[in-house]
Structures are given as C-alpha cells and as structure tokens.
Design a protein around this ligand. Structure first.
Ligand code: MN
Length: 756
C-alpha cells in the first residue's frame, strides 16, 4: 500500500549497527533461504533470472531502510519467501516479488523492467505498482469503489498480482510494530476490510486468519491480549483433552490401515472473539476453542471414499450432531475449499469439531488458488476461480455508474460471518452479521447508543433497527431527548448494546420508582401506617411483584392501585392482612391500544359548479388543478376526472376510449381540493409540530386529517390537505422536504392510503 511504503522508505537510523560487510552477509543469508525454498521449482536458466532480479532490487533499494532499521531489501525477499512457502507460487512470482517496490519507490521504470525481465514480469510489476497507489480507505465512497474496481481488474488480469500483494501486505502486517500508531490503525483497518476477505476468497485460509489476528492486535489490543492470555492459560488443559479425544481414533484408524495425521488445532483469536461477540458469551463459554483435523493420504480416485470411511469410524466412536455435517467434498466452496466437517460429542459431554481432508485438499485449503491450479493442470472446466473471475469481469463492465452499490454488493459477497462497518471518518468497526444501526451506535460509545434516533447509511436516512451490511458507512444521529426503550432489545444483536439498554432501562425504572415510593409513603401516612420494611414486604407479597423496586415502580406507573390499601387494618402503624382477598393487578401497560388514526372528519370534495357539466373527482387518484387530467363519462355519476397518470387510466383509456373526454382545469382559486401527502422521517420530538407549522402556519393550507405511525425511531405520516392547485401542492412538498430528518415526501392517492 502506498501509504505504508512511503514511510518504509524514509531513512531512519538503523537500530543495530552493522558494518557494511555484516549487512551484506545478512542480506545474502536471507536470499539463500529464499533460494532454498524455491529450489524444487527451479528449471534451467531460472536461477540466473532470480539472481538478476535480486541484484537489481538490492541495488535499487541500496540506501533504503525499513522502519525497523533493517536494509529495505529484506522486505522484498520476505515477500518472495511468503509467495513460495505459504502461497506455493513459483519462479516468475519470486522475481516479481523481488521487484515489487522498485518502480513504486526507486528510479527504476516500467521500461527498465520490461527490457530486463520481459513483458510477463513487467505486466505483473505494473499491476502491483498500480495497486500500491490505491487508497482503500478514501473517505469518498465512490472513489473507494473506483479503487476497488482497479484492484479487481488487476486480479482478473493475472491473479498473481493479488497473491503477491497479499504476501506484501502480510509481511507489512507482521512488521507493523515499528510503525506509528495512526499508521498501524490505518493499515490494520485496510487489511481487515479488504485484504483478509480477499485472502479468504482466494482460499488462503492461513493468511486470512493471520491477517485477521494481526489486525485485531492493533485495532482491539485489549481484547486481543485478553483472549491470547486466556488461551495460553488453558493450553495445557486443552492439550490433555485433545489427546484424550484423539487416542481411540488413532488406534482405530491405524488398525484399519489408514495413513494419516491427526492433531488438534486452536481456533484463531479473532474467530474466538467473534464468537464471544456474536453469542454474547464469555471466553469460558466458547466451546469450540479448537478443532481436530485429520489429514488422510489417499490416491486421487479414492479421496472421497477414504474421507467418508474416516468419518464413519469417528462417528462410531463419538456421536455426531446431525445438523453439523458439512460436505464440501461433493460441492467444494467457491474458493476451492474441500473437506468434511462434523461436530461430535466428545468426552465429558463436549462438542468437538472434526475436519477431514486429504493431502491435496489440505494443500488447497492452505495455499488456495495457486495449489488449485497446480492440481487442475489445464483442465479449467467448471473451475470455480475462472467462474468467479468471469463474474467479476461481467460486473465491472456492466456497472459503469453506480460505483457505490457495486462496492457494497461486492464486499457483501466476500464476507459471511462478520461485517465491517465504517464511521464517517473511515474507522472500521467489526460487528456480527445482522447488527443494526443501533448496535453500531453502541459499538461507538454507549452514550451514542442511548441517544441514537436514526442513522445515515451511505448518506441515506435509516431507522435505528436497520440491519447493516459490510462496508456500510454509518453516521449516527442522536438527540438529547432520546432514551433507551424496551423495544430496542428486540432488534439489537450485540452483547454490548443489550447490556447497556437493560442497564439504562433499570436505571430509568429506579428513577420512576422514587416517585412511587413517595406516593406510597403518603398513602400509608393517610391511613396511619408507616413506610417501613415490614409493610413494604407485606405489600410486595400482596401485589405479587418481584421486588420492592417493582412495587414502587408499579405504583408510580399506576399498575397498582393504592385504593386497595383501604382493605387493610392498621394497628400500631402496621398493615394487617385484609380478611377479604383482593387482588386485581392491572398489568400490561404496554398492551395499551395503539393510537388509532383519528377518523377523518369526512372526505369532502368541493365540486366545481361551473358550466353545465356535473363532474366529480376520481377517488383513485384525487386530481387537483394543475394535474394532467381527463374526464371519463360514467354511467350515473356524470363525468369523473382522473389524473392521466392514475393507475386506472391506461385501462380506462384502452377499454372505454369513446367515453374519454378531454378535460382542462379552469382557473379558480376559490375552490380547494383534497389531496394527500405521505411523509417519512426520523421520529424526533417536535417534528410533527414543525410539519404542521409549515402546512397550516406558513403556507396556510388546511389540514383535513393527519395520522402518524411511528416505530423503531422512524415515523410515517399521512396528511390530507386542501390545496388550490398543483403548484401549491408542489410548494408544500418542497418545503417539507427541506425539514431536517425528513427523507421522503410524496403525494399519495386517496385509494392507496390507509385512511378509512
Ligand atoms: Mn512492499
């Protein structure tokens, strides 16, 4: 990434003092490690080519140092080594990795690369140079989309560009400690946002996981350290369990003549953290901290059969959970992943995930795309990557204009489990799938959450219950008058939001209860009793409430009627149980009937008594002067005026052409016409006032009826108004649209309104 490398090339004082001779040896040592890893792939003449690339890069980067103080060339060597060892790439990619920063950061030009290394290498280095200039976290959304398109274009050109880029990013993440804090946050955000999903999509599970963990280490350092610590504290106990689990399986499989490896593998810190957030549980409650992996050696034609045999032997030993069988051998994932996953009941009644795969499947799972091609060998029929690239090319070429939607759709399709949402400043928040705008608000700060009244999502207004998608940029709208309500619990998914809302509700209840307590004190005094613990306990049991807090609260909100206290006898300020049992608790405050729309006073239409023709205005489209209209000669009701864009118009005109009469409006401002306006906006205190002020105050338009329905912080208002003509209506709509928090104002036709 451009930003990262700009700092990498800043010359810093070396943190260790090596003589030029020592430094040269250090560089050569690293280079030899790379050569050794590459050796099996070297063909005749390759070694010389690699050496030339190394010489060129070392020479070009000669004076540059990394932030750590190391010679810069160690970075390209490390990137090349990741490509070879962890992604399984070969000679060409090694050469490109060695050269990947030369055009970007040194005097070397594309022409130089092409002249010295040929067009294939030049094309890849060119792609890498282009991505280096892409700033993914540009605040401007459409710019982001454009940048993302650029990356995807290079991807479909030659996937090696992205693979090398991923190696580059991985090495930068591994050495992020040396960067400044802001830079760490920026690079980590970018990594979690686009590079980890890309790695996932390319089938590079290990790299994806490492990127996620490293990003979390910088983005959520506390949580990261906490889980890492707990993992190491429980390690011994876990190993013991894994051994206990594996032992009988090992024996069985050996007896049956399988060649295999079996081991327990801890889940990543990031995935454990996800689980904790998603399920709202603590570390101790996450049951699958590890998975058991069995890698079977099998000949190509027996792969599937062998895996299922192993499955069968495992499930003979441990009972499988019927819902948790995943067969990615019969239908591999779109990124090429193949394996059988099952979850079985292990010793001590613990669920354990078991993954079964062959060597080949394992290599694909770890090295993704590159390994995939190695096994495909020219047979590209039904190749999932080819299909994917084709889809990308199609999407990119068909979507010219709306970059934002494109970006959105693309990112959403990358990510399944976790979503990444952005603040207006481009900070990233990780949230579980199905998180709402309100979850996001609480993720920012609990004070923001409690006052959240809505959100702007990619610049559009949405209610607080709106479900977020990955890549959404969300701006939270707050109001000081807002406070958490019981309803909120129905749609938040994060543990943080849930707890905070519950706390706030309890706090609110406590405040209200103070009034109830005072009311009770007065009532008791009026019957010569006192407010003491004994009497309170008596009343708690009498009214069958859970606690004294509930008692006071119920009194305050009039769920409990204190008149009942008359039934008590009072002796020495003490309440004595009434002889007659009286219990009638009014509950279900919240089931109070919703505010029903005020019944419209009457739908009056002022018919124009001009000329000789008797006519009426169609109820289906409620035309008003200024609208394009036509008359329809009805049987019995005279001429009925419809708008030409009335839903019924086409049908009337088509079927009853002879009965259609051309009609025009006469200028007559004396008469008002009833029409409807539908408004959608954020349910903020005072908003209705502002609306009615504009309508009847400023524009002096009569309101015939007004209904407001609100929920989830949004409201929908249906207003029937009397206007003189279309001009007046247009003005009204325009004025209402200017109000803060209003995002839709539309004329509606009386028929499709919900008025009765
Ligand atoms: Mn680099």
């Amino acid at each position: 990434m451009a930003a990262a490398q700009v700092t990498e090339q800043e010359v810093l004082l070396p943190k260790y003092n090596l003589t030029p001779e020592q430094e040269k040896n250090l560089i050569l040592r690293h280079y030899r490690v790379l050569l050794k890893a590459l050796r099996p792939k070297l063909k005749k003449g390759d070694k010389e080519l690699v050496r030339r690339a190394f010489k060129t890069a070392a020479d070009m980067h000669k004076t540059m140092r990394r932030k750590s103080g190391e010679p810069y060339i160690l970075h390209p060597i490390a990137v090349a080594l990741i490509c070879v060892e962890e992604i399984g790439l070969g000679v060409r990619s090694t050469i490109c990795s060695l050269l990947h920063d030369t055009v970007e950061d040194t005097d070397m030009t594309m022409e130089d690369v092409e002249r010295d290394f040929g067009p294939e290498i030049a094309r890849i280095v060119d792609g890498l140079t282009k991505i280096a200039n892409v700033n993914m976290l540009d605040a401007n959304l459409s710019q982001q989309a454009e940048n993302f398109k650029k990356i995807l274009l290079t991807l479909t050109d030659d996937p090696r560009v992205i693979l090398i880029k991923l190696a580059d990013r991985l090495h930068n993440m591994r050495t992020l400690d040396y960067m400044k804090r802001e830079k760490q946050l920026k690079i980590a955000s970018e990594t979690i946002w686009v590079y980890a999903p890309l790695a996932h999509r390319m089938g590079l599970y290990n790299i994806k996981t490492e990127m996620e963990d490293l990003s979390m280490k910088y983005l959520e350092p506390e949580e990261y350290k906490d889980i890492a610590k707990k993992l190491s504290e429980t390690k011994r106990e876990r190993s013991r369990y894994i051994n206990e689990f594996i032992k009988p399986l090992k024996e069985k499989l050996k007896k049956a003549g399988f060649k295999f490896e079996i081991y327990g593998r801890p889940k990543s810190i990031h995935s454990i953290w996800n689980k904790m957030k998603k399920k709202g549980v603590s570390f101790d409650e996450v049951y699958d901290l590890f998975a058991i992996r069995i890698i079977v050696h099998a000949t190509p034609e027996k792969e599937k059969e062998e895996c299922w045999k192993v499955y069968s032997m495992i499930t003979d030993e441990y009972l499988p959970s019927p819902e948790r069988l995943r067969d990615w051998i019969s239908s591999p994932k779109s990124n090429g992943y193949e394996a059988l996953h099952t979850t079985v009941m292990g010793p001590q009644g613990k669920w354990v995930e078991v993954q079964i795969r062959t060597d080949r499947m394992n290599e694909i799972a770890e090295k993704g795309l590159a390994a995939h091609y190695k096994y495909k060998e020219g047979n590209s029929d039904g190749d999932p990557f080819e299909k994917w690239f084709a889809q990308i090319r199609e999407v990119i070429s068909s979507q010219e204009t709306d970059g934002v939607d494109f970006l959105q759709d693309f990112k959403t399709s990358f990510l399944a489990e976790e979503i990444y949402v952005f603040t207006p400043k481009g900070d990233v928040k990780m949230l579980p799938v199905n998180s709402t705008a309100l979850d996001f608000a609480f993720a920012i700060h609990s004070a923001v959450g409690s006052r959240c009244i809505g959100a702007k999502l990619n610049h559009k207004l949405v209610p607080i219950s709106h479900k977020l998608r990955s890549g959404d940029q969300v701006e939270i709208i707050t109001s000081n008058k807002q406070k958490p309500s019981e309803d909120w619990l129905k749609f938040v998914v994060t543990a943080k939001a849930k707890t905070k809302i519950k706390d706030a509700l309890k706090e609110e209840k406590r405040k209200i209860a103070i009034d109830g307590k005072e009311m009770l004190r007065k009532k008791l005094e009026s019957i010569d009793a006192v407010l003491n613990q004994q009497n309170i306990d008596e009343l708690v049991s009498h009214f069958k409430v859970a606690s004294q807090l509930d008692l006071f609260y119920s009194i305050a909100v009039k769920q409990i009627d204190l008149k009942e206290l008359k039934e008590y006898h009072v002796t020495n300020e003490k309440l004595l149980k009434p002889v007659k049992v009286i219990t009638e608790i009014k509950i279900d405050q919240e089931q109070k009937a919703p505010v029903t729309p005020k019944k419209d006073s009457e739908l009056i239409i002022f018919g124009e008594r001009s000329d000789k023709i008797k006519y009426s205005l169609a109820k289906c489209c409620s035309p008003i002067p200024g609208d394009d209209v036509f008359g329809f000669v009805s049987t019995g009701k005279g001429l009925i005026i419809h708008r030409t864009n009335c839903p019924n118009a086409a049908q009337l005109m088509a079927n009853y052409a002879p009965r259609i009469v051309k009609t025009k409006w006469a200028k007559n401002k004396e008469i008002s016409f009833l029409t409807g306006v539908k408004i959608i906006g954020i349910d903020d205190v005072g908003v209705i006032n502002k609306i009615t002020n504009i309508i009847s105050g400023e524009l002096r338009i009569n309101i015939a009826a007004l209904t407001i329905e609100s929920g989830d912080g949004m409201f929908e208002g249906m207003i029937k108004v009397f206007v003189h003509d279309k001009e007046e209506l247009d003005e009204l709509v325009a004025r209402l649209k200017q109000l803060n928090g209003i995002y839709e104002v539309q004329r509606f036709d009386m028929d499709d309104a919900t008025f009765s």
